[in-house]
Design a protein around this ligand. Structure first.
Ligand SMILES: Cc1cc2nc3c(=O)[nH]c(=O)nc-3n(C[C@H](O)[C@H](O)[C@H](O)COP(=O)(O)OP(=O)(O)OC[C@H]3O[C@@H](n4cnc5c(N)ncnc54)[C@H](O)[C@@H]3O)c2cc1C
Length: 550
């Protein structure tokens, strides 16, 4: 973190230099001395410091400056750094004005010019100012900063993207004083949110995920245009494939649309994955897997949505949204599944403003002491119920089935039963949502015919059945009626493999050299362990393909 700043502003360059010189002599070891020759220049410097999340300890401003007086400057500076101590430099003739200003701009001190010798006249005042500031400093913020509306889908999207990519950030609503200060420093208004300020102080208004990824330091472009193996999708299957591919010497790149970890990355606690008897959060597992893949030399790219697969001779070419391409000898499709949308009147309009698909852990602290509704009866919903029960007053698990037995693991059913604040609503469905700026009410219907009721809630998390998003493979790779990718013996015999004189390998698709692993594969077991296993197994089949299968 940079040292806190002491800023001095005087329109007389000689005086300005002299103040800065005396301050440097005494304080340069612990503070950065910044000098400006006008109020506007000083304000611009302060805005930059605010955006970079740095601290300002003391402001010294000359009283008489053209265009912007010292008092005007200090007043505006207070909007950016209210905790900075404020000192006015005045000539003897201006003493009265300075005394009056003590109330106007909450001045801490005024210093008569000249201040020589500084040991007597300047440093004792500065020491007192710095002591006072140190007792109540503003905190430095080295993280990315986001300013947005509490109930805004674009603001949620930005926070969710950063959280899933494990980029730490500070979140300020437009109602927060610090949020307002950042908007002021960026020269923006509440209409311009979400505002993202990088750790270096660069500002972005409503950035796309790709822009955001670049600015927060995630890798988004490949280092090469040809690889041995391209893995599409960064969930457990994709990460597994990247680890095994790279560790076995294949030039491997993994392309992920949003954030590595996939569905598993959203899990608050995975308890049935081998080697973690006390459970592991999806975020931890993802972080380890990422580091492992990178350690072996795999490239991991984020914010890379693949939109087309083409076969060009022996090359498999993947097209991105922006029109660029990447090619490889082989491809592993590990694009998993996404949650199905719940279609009830009103729900769609509150997506990101009270209605969320998946866990949305960024929202958990805001749920404290409120009623949270979760839809879904599988393990993902059960984990979410356990997770939100740590924050919410009451968690309502809404399921259409008469009980959880058929869809949820036994250990989770037991855990849920042991938490008194979780209530399961069997044979129930959500049939409507209502609210003004954000979700405020839900309508529930009992499927046993006992009627409908409306409940107050601002939080609905949906975990219903998942479906693959594989439209982009249309006409290239065989899929089943629901869009899951067919592999091995399920592939209907085609000309491509016939020409090679062999059947598709076990995880190989209808296109030779293209494999599928994890949830996206037809008839796969929808589990972390099986996805990781299939990722590893697909790599061994890639080797076989490269050696003898082409
Ligand atoms: C909340 C939750 C909790 C769970 N808990 C458990 C548990 O406790 N135990 C367990 O065994 N299983 C659990 N599961 C299931 C498990 O997470 C999945 O089976 C597993 O993540 C599947 O891995 P995958 O790599 O096949 O797909 P996914 O995890 O779905 O990952 C696919 C990835 O591909 C990316 N992608 C998709 N399309 C594209 C494209 N066109 N271009 C680039 N990237 C793309 C996606 O963004 C995603 O990151 C849970 C699931 C959820 C949602």
């Amino acid at each position: 973190m940079a040292k806190p700043a002491i800023l001095t502003v005087d329109d007389d360059p000689a005086v300005s230099r002299a103040v800065a010189r005396d301050l440097r002599k005494q304080y340069a070891q612990d503070y950065r001395i910044i000098r400006a020759d006008s109020g506007q220049e000083a304000l611009d410097a302060l805005k930059e410091l605010k955006l970079r999340g740095e601290q300002v300890a003391v402001l010294l401003a000359d009283y008489r400056m053209p265009n912007m007086t010292g008092l005007q400057f200090l007043e505006e500076a207070m909007d950016l750094f209210p905790r900075a101590r404020r000192v006015l430099l005045t000539a003897y003739a201006d003493t009265d004005a300075a005394i009056q200003a003590i109330n106007v701009v909450d001045l801490d001190h005024y210093l008569l010019k000249p201040w020589h010798p500084p040991e007597e006249k300047l440093y004792p005042v500065m020491d007192a100012m710095l002591e006072a500031w140190k007792a109540a400093p503003d905190r430095p913020v080295a993280d990315v900063k986001i300013v947005g509306h509490r109930w805004s889908a674009p603001s949620f999207k930005v926070r969710d993207f950063l959280a899933r990519n494990m980029v730490s950030y500070r979140w300020y609503t437009t109602d927060d004083a610090e949020g307002q200060r950042l908007l002021t420093a960026a020269g923006l208004t509440e209409a311009d949110v979400p505002l993202v300020v990088t750790a270096e102080g660069k500002t972005m208004v409503a950035p796309t995920e790709a822009e955001l990824a670049v600015q927060v330091g995630l890798t988004t472009t490949p280092a090469s245009d040809f690889y041995d193996l391209v893995v599409v999708g960064g969930g457990p299957a994709g990460l597994g494939a990247a680890v095994y591919g790279a560790s076995e010497g294949l030039r491997t790149v993994l392309l992920e649309e949003r954030a590595t970890g996939g569905q598993a990355g959203q899990s608050s606690r995975i308890e049935n994955y081998l080697g973690f008897p006390d459970g592991v959060s999806g975020a931890q597992l993802t972080d380890r897997a990422r580091r492992q893949a990178v350690k072996f030399g795999a490239e991991l790219l984020t914010a890379c949505r693949v939109t087309r697969l083409a076969v060009e001779g022996s090359a498999r070419v993947l097209h991105f949204e922006d029109g660029t391409t990447i090619a490889a000898h082989s491809v592993i499709l590990a694009t998993g599944v996404s949650y199905r949308r719940l279609t009830a009147p009103g729900l769609e309009q509150f997506h990101g403003r009270g209605v969320y698909y998946g866990s949305a852990s960024t929202e958990a602290p805001s749920c404290s002491d409120q009623d949270v509704y979760i839809v879904g009866g599988a393990n993902s919903a059960g984990q979410a119920a356990m997770f939100f029960s740590r924050y919410a007053r009451r968690v309502h698990l809404v399921i259409r089935a008469p009980n959880l037995n058929a869809s949820m693991s036994r250990y989770l059913i037991q855990q849920i039963a042991s938490v008194p604040t979780i209530e399961v609503h069997p044979c129930t469905e959500i049939i409507g949502a209502d609210g003004d700026e954000h979700l405020e009410r839900l309508t529930l219907r009992s499927m046993d015919g006992s009627g409908e009721r409306t409940v107050d809630s601002s939080w609905l998390f949906i975990f219903i059945g998942a479906e693959p998003r594989t439209d982009w493979l249309d006409g290239v790779v065989q899929r089943d009626a629901r869009g899951f990718v067919l592999t091995g013996p399920d592939v209907e015999s085609g000309a491509d493999h016939a020409a090679l004189g062999r059947d598709p390998y076990h995880l190989e698709c209808s296109v030779p050299g293209v494999f599928a692993a994890g949830d996206v594969r037809a008839d796969s077991v929808k589990r972390v362990a099986s996805a990781v296993g299939e990722g590893a197994m697909a790599v061994s089949l890639v080797h076989r393909y490269l050696v003898e299968g082409q």
